[in-house]
Design a protein around this ligand. Structure first.
Ligand SMILES: [Zn+2]
Length: 457
């Protein structure tokens, strides 16, 4: 028996593997409006139990967490798979070519809400257990699963759950399959995600809007906001909050090399976006290095004054700005918030009201960690080409929860295509992505047991 037999099982049982996935996709699980959540958790748990995965559903304040484990008791190293079974609402329904909850195969893809984000991708890992056990009879290492139902509503229960169940979740490698492979169809392994601090800053002027003739004598909160915002970032692209870059983790030469190796068509991107140049940043105008390694101070909303059509001569009494600061390792949202407050106090904006709308930490598994080589080998074996290694991506996700509380290396191995349309109408998962996903997960399990690369300890 060998991995070739596992691959053959996947190739010969495509219909059955799809049928089980389709049952899962047919069950709506819309977390924002609590539609079908308990039913979907039950269904997923049943699919896992059928494969001999010891499964338990944990209730939370909102939607249940499905946990499972399978494999030898003393199964070092232990692999932990994360995913989320909740989906975004499918609306607007009229823009779908087929029913979002009736999976439809067309052009080599499965069209359904959740097909790639994230039910289809997580289910590939579940089905890897079926393929592996059918061929080898039992698993060589322990595999644990944690599937939440709150990712699309910012995972409020996940961190408390993980913090409270460290023993249950104890593992040596964390893998999630989310997001997508390279635009060219080339596979990827992603090692990190940015963190975030989201704040709203409000400045008040007079106690009511005034006739604008009074602008000659009464201070304007709008002008003050403009000066405040200008003090945060220079024209050179650098964030000017003192201390902002102090905790940025120095880059490894291998991380820089990996980022430089990601193919990028600058001309196509510029024309795609209708712009003529990219930002100059600390990493010059290198797209991927900036996307991966550069923290941001972005203004995502700005409100003041008369917003309606036509003119109105007023001196507004309030101005507010929403800022999202995307952070890189080892910047910490609480520390950055403190630095921002100090900066505002020192520059005469001590009266600014700051509302924090959210924050979470960045995480990045060092590219030199042995698990990266192991995962790359597994991907290369199935896809037939070496994956690009992204030391990080700009997006957000719950990896930091596991990195922080379980002290475990975290890898993202996507199976979906870049044009998966997640969150949008006609979401799809490439059939190859699903089947290769099952094979990749099984290969990773096999390699964890057979390689002489030590990933734990
Ligand atoms: Zn999503």
């Amino acid at each position: 028996m060998s991995l070739t037999d596992v691959y053959r099982y996947v190739d010969n049982n495509q219909d059955k593997l799809l049928e089980d996935l389709f049952r899962f996709l047919r069950q709506p699980s819309i977390s924002t409006r609590n539609e079908g959540m308990d039913e979907c958790a039950q269904l997923l748990a049943e699919e896992m139990k059928k494969l001999g995965i010891e499964t338990k559903i944990f209730p939370t304040g909102r939607h249940p967490i499905v946990f499972g484990e399978v494999g030898p008791t003393n199964g070092d190293p232990t692999l932990l798979i994360y995913g989320h079974y909740d989906v975004q609402p499918p609306e607007p329904l009229e823009l779908w070519d087929s029913d979002p909850f009736e999976p439809t195969i067309k052009n080599g893809r499965i069209y359904a809400r959740g097909s790639s984000d994230n039910k289809g991708q997580l289910f590939a890992h579940v089905k890897a257990i079926e393929a592996y056990k059918t061929v080898f009879d039992k698993l060589p290492v322990k595999v644990k699963f944690i599937f939440e139902g709150e990712e699309e509503i910012s995972s409020p229960s996940l961190e408390p759950f993980v913090a409270e169940h460290k023993d249950l979740l104890k593992s040596d490698l964390f893998v999630v399959s989310d997001s997508h492979i390279h635009e060219s169809g080339h596979p990827l392994v992603v090692l990190g995600l940015k963190g975030m601090l989201y704040v709203e800053i409000t400045l008040r002027g007079a106690n009511k809007d005034l006739h604008s003739m009074r602008a000659a004598a009464v201070p304007s909160p709008v002008w003050r906001m403009i000066h405040l915002l200008a003090s945060l970032k220079g024209e050179d692209g650098m964030v000017q909050i003192p201390g902002f870059y102090d905790n940025v983790r120095p880059l490894l030469p291998e991380e820089i090399t990996a980022a430089e190796a990601i193919p990028f068509d600058k001309k196509e991107l510029l024309s795609d976006l209708g712009i003529t140049s990219l930002l100059q940043n600390r990493h010059a105008n290198d797209y991927y290095k900036n996307m991966i390694f550069e923290p941001t101070c972005n203004i995502s909303g700005l409100t003041a004054g008369y917003q309606e059509e036509g003119s109105k001569t007023i001196l507004p009494c309030q101005a507010s700005a929403k800022l999202d600061l995307r952070l890189v390792p080892d910047q910490d949202p609480d520390t950055i918030l403190g630095l921002l407050k100090n900066h505002l106090n020192r520059n005469g904006y001590g009266d600014a009201k700051i509302t924090v709308h959210g924050g979470f930490e960045p995480s990045r598994t060092p590219i030199t960690h042995p698990s990266v080589q192991l995962a790359s080998e597994a991907v290369a074996e199935v896809f037939g080409k070496e994956p690009y290694i992204y030391p990080g991506i700009g997006g957000a996700g719950p990896n930091y929860v596991f990195a922080k509380h379980l002290n475990v290396p975290c890898l993202i191995i996507p199976f979906a295509a870049a044009d998966q349309n997640n969150h949008a109408p006609n979401e799809s998962l490439i059939l190859d992505g699903y089947f290769n996903g099952i094979k990749t997960s099984a290969t990773l399990i096999h390699k964890l047991a057979t390689t002489n690369i030590t990933i734990n300890g």
